[in-house]
Design a protein around this ligand. Sequence first.
Ligand code: SAM
Ligand code: SF4
Ligand code: SF4
Length: 341
Amino acid sequence: MTPLSDTFGRALRNLRISVTDRCNLRCQYCMPEEDYVWLARENILQFEEVGALVDVFADLGVDKVRLTGGEPLLRRDLADLVQLLARKPRIRDLALTTNGVLLAERAPALRAAGLHRVTVSLDTLRPERFRALTRRPSHAQVLEGLRAVSAAGFSGTKVDTVVMRGVNEDELADLIEYGKTVAAEVRFIEYMDVGGATRWSMEAVVSRAEMLKSLERRYGRIDPVVEPSAAPADRYRLPDGTVFGIISSTTAPFCESCDRSRLTADGLWYLCLYALRGIDLRGPLRQGVSAAELKALITGSWRARDDRGAEERLRNRHRTPLIALTELKRDPHLEMHTRGG
Ligand code: SAM
Ligand code: SF4
Ligand code: SF4
């Protein structure tokens, strides 16, 4: 099969599927408000509908799927969706991104259902800091969840940490050391100005260069891991062999090789994290169009894709948050928790 390419020759391979826009945390950089305009319940895709869309995407070259949210573990019976997707041999990589709060009880069932890998978002090892950052007292549950992931037999586990100045930039080495204890590779994510990050400012971004400098002070020489990949993390090796990653989406974006797109829980397909509009796949799906028609819609949209959202933002010298709160309230699809991060 000739891979489907966009206007910059980027293949369609990686699909992030948000299964809910609801969340049990209120991270300051993602959901700073307490209340939100939620997606209409009747528009949320059923698991069979997600499965049907994944078949069409797999026909077009998608072989990596990541379930996300909102908080995906809030979706009842998520393991059933995992099982449905795990049975599709063309999906070589089936992963989950979660805040970990509900993971301890779910990890064994997710593993049994055929999930390949888990990424847990964790920004701090300090309970009080966690409470201030997420406005929920669930830190111990997240740590418990991470222990349960390795106990359930998962490998390839990752811990994703958004690094913010004045919040947690003093914990980089502690998080790497913690990652070793739960067999997880830690990835530091530069704070991004998307969706609900309405309080974002460039001053609060800790750049990849700064992170490396600070870690070198602690560990000595850090070598980049050389690998050809479309993955967004640049990986580095410490003198003791420990590998960690940095996702420099803000200061050194990787749009050039971006093969990912996003499906919201209500079936809108976004070609870029920064895209202002999505393509409605739920409508045609529910109208009963054929798989061939859906394939044509997806093919045409991907071939025309010219998004390089993060690179374009980089050219803006006086950068402020991408979207104002009033606009987010008008269209919840602009939110990070709707797009799945
Ligand atoms: N609730 C799940 C979680 O937190 O892992 C899945 C959805 S969350 C939107 C996915 C990822 O997006 C998380 O790792 C989160 O830290 C990241 N994220 C959200 N807002 C961000 C921002 N403003 N900058 C960088 N990363 C962000
Ligand atoms: Fe935090 Fe994820 Fe919830 Fe956003 S969706 S508030 S990043 S836990
Ligand atoms: Fe891909 Fe858009 Fe992110 Fe660039 S900004 S890496 S094109 S999703």
